[in-house]
Design a protein around this ligand. Structure first.
Ligand SMILES: *Cc1c(COP(=O)(O)O)cnc(C)c1O
Length: 397
């Protein structure tokens, strides 16, 4: 055998008695089979065997198991981003003629996917008011197949009564005479905010829990990934089939980064929760501030639902200023911040802020000044962040 061939065919055995704390990072497109019989026998859907890198490696299967555990679910499938995980759920469960309901305050790019691709494929969508279970009940029809839920609303952070919304869908399934089969209306929660820490999605009764692992599970602001978790085997199989057809694999190095973030997830979540609550309460006392949105803050929309159903809160809070402050001054306030940097995403080490124009993002009325600033608290010291907010508020004098 020539040296190049010998090096390529050099025998390899995974190290025995090497139980390191971190799981190994296994990379593959090709997986070698010992025989044609084994090649024919192995089923890509069966996660006890390996067939092709796209269908999973020991590293991605380990991450899937840990995310399922984090969410209190049984099955997990990974996607290359949170947004692709949302699109995967939509494409796996919806066909032409079906209807999809989305909360009016849902994550924007997920709405855009419904307005763009899904609409072009003959799948209708409507937006419901998540703070009014009666509105969801009124919008459900015999064509509805999927109801998205989000806790709390993206950017505006209203906290809905999640079990009440799930109950509305359960009653609709009963009213339409749907059983456990494909026809049933499925509920899917965007659980990026709760991250498996604030509450258990499945105890609240949802069928699917999706997360942007980009946020808390990674915690590093350096990787994009999404997950879709279920307790129901047949639902998982439907998701897996579409996932395979679309080729939504994730890279081993990205999976490694998320695996590395998971052990510190709960600590980071609670630390950022404490800082965000303190800063939200402080902001509420500032004369230029009209309203602070944070589910744990008394008076914030849906605070009573948060109090009843959640154990913790994420790193986000949003602020609207007094109506006499023009939008350009609010932008100038954001420009003046130094510790809070301008950038999308959240749950990383660096605090971030983004100014949004809310009326352009929703169909339900917005009774406040249009410009809202969303803050995402990082891992910096609270006093440094508060001092930064205080110096930037001077722009508004
Ligand atoms: C960030 C985010 C997503 C999308 O995640 P990406 O990995 O950035 O695609 C989805 N939902 C919510 C609530 C998010 O905050």
């Amino acid at each position: 055998m020539s040296l190049p061939t010998e090096l390529i065919h050099h025998p390899y055995r995974p190290p025995a008695d090497f139980e390191a704390v971190a799981p190994g990072v296994h990379k593959a497109s090709t997986v070698i089979f010992p025989s044609v019989a084994a090649m024919r026998e192995r089923d890509w859907k069966d996660k006890s065997a390996y067939t092709y890198g796209l269908h999973g490696t020991p590293t991605t299967f380990t991450l899937e198991e840990r995310i399922a555990t984090l969410e209190g679910g049984r099955h997990c499938v990974l996607a290359p981003s949170g947004l692709s995980a949302i699109a995967l759920v939509d494409m796996a469960l919806l066909r032409a003629g079906d209807e999809l309901l989305i909360p009016d305050n849902a994550y924007g790019p997920g709405k855009a996917f419904a307005e763009g691709e899904l609409a072009a494929w003959g799948i209708r969508h409507r937006f419901y008011d998540p703070m009014d279970p009666a509105d969801l009940a009124a919008q459900l029809t015999a064509s509805t197949r999927l109801v998205w839920l989000e806790v709390p609303g993206s950017v505006t952070l209203e906290y809905p009564d999640l079990p009440a919304l799930v109950e509305v869908v359960r009653q609709a399934n009963e009213r339409f005479g749907y059983g456990q089969g494909h026809q049933r209306i499925v509920t899917a929660l965007d659980n990026t905010w709760g991250a498996g820490i604030a509450f258990c999605a499945f105890e609240a009764g949802v069928d699917i829990s999706m997360q942007a692992l980009t946020k808390y599970p990674s915690g590093g602001a350096d990787v994009l990934m999404g997950s879709v978790v279920t307790r129901d085997e047949s639902l998982h199989r439907r998701l897996l089939l579409t996932h395979m057809r679309l080729g939504l694999g994730v890279g081993a190095n990205d999976a490694e980064l998320v695996l590395r973030g998971l052990p510190s997830l709960a600590l980071r979540y609670h630390a950022q929760d404490a800082t965000a609550r303190a800063l939200a309460a402080w902001m509420q006392r500032q004369p230029k501030v009209a309203r602070v949105f944070h589910p744990a803050l008394p008076g914030s929309p849906g605070h009573e639902h948060w109090k009843r159903h959640a154990r913790a809160a994420a790193c986000l809070f949003s602020v609207v200023f007094q109506p006499d402050i023009p939008a350009e001054r609010v932008d100038a306030f954001c420009d003046r911040l130094q510790r809070f940097r301008l950038g999308y995403s959240w749950a990383g080490p660096i605090s971030l802020c983004v100014p949004y124009d809310i009326p352009s993002m929703r169909t339900t009325p917005w009774p406040h000044a249009p410009r809202l600033v969303r803050f995402a608290v990082g891992l910096e010291a609270q006093e440094d962040l508060q001092a930064d907010l205080a110096q930037a508020l001077q722009v508004l004098d």
